[in-house]
Design a protein around this ligand. Structure first.
Ligand code: F0G
Length: 457
């Protein structure tokens, strides 16, 4: 008999979890104005809000922290980090930053000017924010397949080469670079194929443009290439990463995801001119060049984390857990963005609560119901998050309305996955009784989802 799959690590330190009663949760969610960001973490049993900065570090990472060099300039931890990044990506210029959006801020301060057009595949909110706040435009060139949650295609995160080519053919002079997000978070943690990365490179070369990877989950992307794309099944994760980055000119990184640390980010590039340009903004925004917003010990932990996560055992354990949860949801017939991506399940709330009108925010309603059911905190990636149209001030109902359930790295066991699956099933089974959603009673103009106040109808 074949041995079952199990985690590639064992547990050395634990953190107690607190369960709660439904009555307590009803009180807490009301006090939080039905906004899950406003809950205190001890009011949550299983936290699936994000996989960002929520992972568990290994004993090797904690050991590295003790060796961190806190020198203001020339920290040996920086050089350890730089060497690791160079070995994994091939990029020799590295600027640390305090997190991913800070890397965007520093690099885009050099590259993005008013009127610029930055094509890519579903730019992440902060990426888009840093483009739009400079009065430039983020043009989404994601493949259309990403919009159909029930379609099973292996690389739903891809850039549509025809859409990209069109942007360049019409406006090449306005494009400072192309950005490819690996994996594509907004489309559901969906991977981008090596073939697609090569196509993007070819189009970029044709128009003399450079390519940046938003690399927050680049290792998850490499794992999907290994398991889904022909010719990569025998390659190591590090070999695949090296090839992926060979088609890019630089990267921005949120180390809080595939870097396996709780805080941190960086910019890396092969071009001296980009490095020189970004340097000017790193010093005033983030700090001196050999720490850029990070502690020496955190850079040391990140170096080890990057090395550790680009080993097959570790990344396979991670993805297999997300796939385990997806398989449980399949048993119950719960619709989510298929096939499941790398870091989360994106439940298709429009399909679950199909009698709730868009104006009453089905995904947010589902998030509240799941919290009430079992103290599980997910995150609405839908109509509330989409904000209003800046011109008409109407809600934007054009996209998908999803409930994202992120899985933290090396934190929960498959027993917790079972709790999530069954809690969701219980809500799913009584979906026809849930006929009303929520209404907004207070909101901000931008990024309203963090602070929005809601009432149940
Ligand atoms: N790019 C991607 C693809 C991301 O998912 C994130 C963050 C960032 C950039 C920004 O990085 O948070 O370190 O500043 N995503 C988190 C999430 C917040 O929950 O998906 P950051």
């Amino acid at each position: 008999m074949e041995l079952p799959f199990a985690e590639s690590w064992k547990i050395k330190m634990v953190e107690p979890l607190r369960k709660s009663t439904r009555e307590e949760r009803e009180q807490w969610i009301k006090e939080a104005d039905y906004n899950l960001f406003q809950l205190k973490s001890d009011q949550v049993y299983i936290d699936c809000l994000t996989d960002s900065g929520t992972g568990a570090m290994s004993d090797r990472q904690w050991a590295a922290m003790m060796m961190g060099d806190e020198s203001y300039a020339g920290s040996s931890s920086f050089f350890m980090l730089k060497d690791t990044i160079c070995r994994i990506t091939g990029f020799e210029y590295v600027i640390p930053t305090h997190q991913g959006r800070a890397a965007e801020n520093v690099l885009f301060s050099h590259l993005v000017t008013a009127g610029a057009i930055v094509p890519g595949n579903s730019h992440f909110d902060t990426t888009k924010g840093h483009i739009e706040s400079r009065k430039a435009f983020a043009v989404d060139c994601t493949v259309d397949e990403a919009k159909d949650t029930q379609l099973e295609v292996p690389f739903k995160g891809n850039v549509d080469p025809a859409k990209l080519e069109k942007v360049l053919a019409e406006n090449a002079e306005k494009v400072p670079f192309i950005i490819v997000t690996i994996t594509n978070n907004t489309a559901g943690g969906q991977p981008v194929s090596m073939q697609n990365l090569r196509e993007v490179r070819a189009i970029a070369d044709k128009y003399g443009k450079r390519v940046i990877y938003d690399s927050a989950r680049f290792v998850e992307n490499a794992y999907f290439i290994r398991t889904r794309e022909e010719g990569y099944g025998e390659k190591t994760i590090k070999e695949i990463c090296k090839e992926m980055f060979s088609y890019a000119d630089g990267m921005t990184m949120s180390s809080k995801k595939d870097g396996l640390v709780n805080m941190g980010g960086f910019i890396a590039t092969r071009h001296e001119d980009w490095y020189e340009g970004a340097k000017r903004f790193c010093i005033p925004f983030e700090g001196y060049l050999t720490y850029g917003g990070m502690n020496g010990r955190d850079m040391a932990a990140l170096a080890v984390g990057l090395d550790e996560n680009t080993e097959l055992d570790n990344i396979e354990t991670r993805i297999r857990q997300v796939q385990y949860l997806a398989a449980r949801l399949d048993e119950f017939g719960i619709p989510y963005q298929r096939p499941v991506g790398g870091h989360a399940i994106f439940v298709d709330a429009d399909k679950v609560l199909d009698q709730i009108p868009k104006e009453e925010f089905p995904a947010q309603t589902l998030a509240i119901e799941l919290y009430l059911e079992a103290g599980i905190r997910g995150c609405e990636i839908g109509y509330i998050l989409a904000d209003r149209d800046p011109v008409t001030r109407e809600n934007r109902f054009g996209g998908l309305d999803l409930l994202r359930l992120c899985i933290a790295r090396r934190v929960y066991t498959n027993n917790h996955m079972d709790v999530i699956a069954v809690a969701l099933k219980n809500v799913f089974d009584r979906r026809h009784e849930i006929t009303r959603g929520v209404k907004i009673v207070w909101e901000t103009e931008l990024m309203r989802h963090f602070t929005v106040k809601l009432e149940r109808l």
